[in-house]
Design a protein around this ligand. Structure first.
Ligand code: GTR
Length: 648
């Protein structure tokens, strides 16, 4: 990271009162200038339009995918790192494309010991993998790198002195301990970071023009680094130990610009993190504070597409701004981090861009940042967009990473802040009834709550189930489709329900989560071994680990941690959902994964109404849906049913 002297010489504006008044372009606008009003309109019309504007005015056209192969063998080793941390280390040289002049990149990965695929943080580094961690077996970077004055990079090559010199950037052991894998590669592998680096870059292997007058929308270094991240992802997802639906693109500074652009170009990245990416990244260009388009394009003409230089000193003419770049991550989780003394990157401008990106998440029924007030230092905010401004200077430190892990725990792994692992979910189940915890939405308590049960009938109208002795009693129907549907909808949530079966029709009922996945209620006391249709089962997906069913006539209790499957823009499942469930004090489902429902009886197939059609369509676009209590011909009783959303 160069340019400190240059910064001083440039006398940037650091006076908040000298920041111009500006209006941001409407992030929701489609090609006709009209704002998208639904998630669907955003995905189909506005997003492609805004993406094309970013391509033609800032980053250049998205670079194409190429086949990725491993050169030689993957070097795989079981290693013990600091603090007795056990890990599997992979070192692989990836060949990016099959052209004779294809480039390679050297990827270093550490994965924690785990019995299931793990989420992975992927970032590009500045001085080679060997600079990121003290592990002496890390292969030395061979790329061209900018010289430094500390003897780490000499003659544009990394030296032994560089080993571990940037290890403050990458708390490997701490992230492994949190259950995350980590992966890195050097940005120099695909584009030497110098004004004339283009000719020696991977763009040569992609048949891009290398010199002379380039097209205005010709991609530069940032687009090439973003492409490198996607190609590394191509390989990472082939590792069975990696949870392909939970790879997170992270980047600091110029590599942060590359990470946000990678997330925009490649929706396979499950989450995007900008660490102090500043001008040309997360900071609003229209704010003349810190680095400007003029300064960045003069010093780094190779980073952006040629059109971007033409906006020097006329940022207000840009058809986009950083809020549009950030909005490309929606509806995936996005985290933006600043440092208070990193004025060159304009911390407040990064915050305001994150605020202004929010309306896109709102189309998906999510909150965005949830505040318009710049928070104090070291105070993370936001649930679907996260933000913090750290004490200190321009850097990537443990504090930043651990906030990314907290945020990913909540947004990608369905854990509450601070919780270590979904498998560690152990709810209180006695004595009954159990009081709803803070943040829970009570759907039905004992019938005395104002407003009555937060359920509708299948057609959206009033329910005909009766409240008897503090319990909501199912009203059976001939077609077994008189389910009740919760009014609140949710994506990931903890669900609590107390119930009592009665001696009719085998006490058959269930909790249909999102109307798709059924935690079975059924007279199964003493059944051994229990099947995937007995109580405690995820009906037709998974039998219970043990039979925990109580006798008919006794109150019983389910607590379910539900992580919804993730769906792509067309509604197809891109990542399975997961359930951990407790029944009557026993763990009955331990993180079971599921995709499309298997049960033939789901409410969207049986007894379907217009109201349900709307619910199902919304579920497909937003991932949010209601809880159904099932009618299966037995007047089962429910009480104290609540949900606690886990992701805002
Ligand atoms: C600076 C540049 C910033 C930022 C930083 C870095 O010189 O002006 O935009 O990218 O480098 O990458 O460290």
């Amino acid at each position: 990271m160069t340019g400190v002297d240059a910064r001083a010489a440039e006398q940037p504006n650091y006076d908040e009162s000298a920041v111009r008044v500006f209006t941001l372009p409407d992030v929701l606008a489609g090609p006709d200038g009209l704002a998208a009003a639904t998630a669907d309109a955003w995905q189909k019309t506005a997003r492609p339009h805004q993406f094309a504007l970013l391509e033609t005015t800032v980053y250049g056209r998205r670079l194409p995918a190429v086949p990725v192969s491993v050169v030689g063998d993957v070097d795989r080793a079981e290693v013990t790192l600091a603090d007795d941390t056990k890990a599997t280390r992979f070192q692989a040289r990836l060949r990016l494309g099959d052209a004779p002049q294809a480039f390679t990149t050297d990827v270093l990965v550490y994965l924690p010991t785990s019995d299931r695929p793990v989420p992975v943080f992927l970032h590009l580094n500045f001085k080679g993998n060997q600079a990121e961690h003290p592990d002496p077996a890390i292969r030395m970077c061979e790329a061209w790198l900018p010289d430094d004055k500390r003897g780490e990079i000499v003659g544009n090559r990394a030296t032994e002195t560089s080993r571990a010199k940037d290890s403050r950037h990458w708390p490997v052991e701490k992230l492994l301990d949190r259950g995350y894998g980590v992966a890195t590669a050097c940005y120099g592998d695909v584009f030497p970071d110098r004004a004339d680096g283009r000719a020696a870059s991977a763009l040569a292997s992609l048949d891009r023009p290398l010199q002379g007058d380039l097209p205005a929308d010709e991609p530069g270094a940032i687009a090439t680094w973003a492409w490198q991240l996607s190609r590394i992802l191509d390989w990472l997802v082939t590792l069975p130990e990696v949870d392909a639906a939970k790879v997170i693109a992270v980047g600091h500074s110029r590599n942060g610009k590359a990470a946000v652009w990678a997330g925009a170009c490649d929706e396979r990245f499950a989450m995007v993190v900008s660490n102090e990416s500043g001008c040309g990244g997360a900071a609003l260009e229209r704010r003349n504070y810190g680095e400007t388009v003029e300064a960045i394009t003069r010093r780094f003409p190779h980073w952006f597409c040629p059109a971007f230089c033409t906006y020097a000193d006329r940022e207000t003419d840009l058809p986009v701004d950083a809020h549009v770049t950030l909005a490309m991550a929606a509806p995936r989780p996005l985290y933006v981090a600043s440092a208070i003394d990193d004025r060159w990157a304009d911390p407040k401008g990064e915050f305001l861009a994150a605020v202004a990106a929010g309306p896109v998440w709102e189309l998906f029924g999510m909150k965005g940042l949830g505040t318009t007030e710049w928070p104090p230092v070291d105070t993370p905010v936001g649930r679907t967009i996260g933000y913090h401004v750290r004490t200190g200077k321009h850097d990537l430190l443990d504090y930043d990473w651990l906030r990314y892990a907290d945020f990913a725990d909540r947004t990608l792994r369905g854990m509450e802040a601070g919780a270590r692992d979904a498998a560690g979910f152990q709810p209180v189940q006695e004595p009954l009834p159990v009081s709803p915890p803070p943040g829970a939405i009570l759907l039905f308590g004992d019938g005395t709550e104002p407003g009555g049960p937060k359920f509708t009938a299948m057609d959206g109208g009033a329910i005909d189930w009766q409240v008897v002795d503090g319990a909501l009693v199912m009203k059976t129907s001939k077609g077994h489709a008189n389910h009740v549907v919760s009014v609140p909808v949710f994506r990931d949530a903890d669900i609590h329900a107390e119930f009592m079966t009665v001696p009719k029709a085998k006490g058959n009922s269930g909790l249909y989560i999102h109307g798709h996945y059924e935690m079975q209620i059924y007279d199964s006391f003493g059944v051994e071994p229990p099947t995937d249709q007995d109580e405690g089962s995820l009906y037709r997906f998974g039998k219970p680990l043990v039979n925990a069913a109580r006798r008919t006539g006794e109150w019983q209790v389910y607590d379910i941690r539900f992580v919804a499957p993730r769906r792509g823009p067309d509604g197809t499942i891109t990542a399975p959902g997961r359930i951990t469930a407790w029944l009557n004090g026993k763990l009955v489902q331990d993180g079971i994964e599921f995709t499309e429902p298997r049960s033939p009886y789901i409410p969207y197939k049986h007894g379907v109404t217009d109201h349900l059609r709307t619910i199902e369509a919304t579920l497909r676009t937003t991932g949010r849906g209601p809880l159904f209590l099932q009618d299966h011909g037995s007047p089962v009783r429910f009480r104290n049913v609540w949900i606690r959303p886990l992701d805002g």
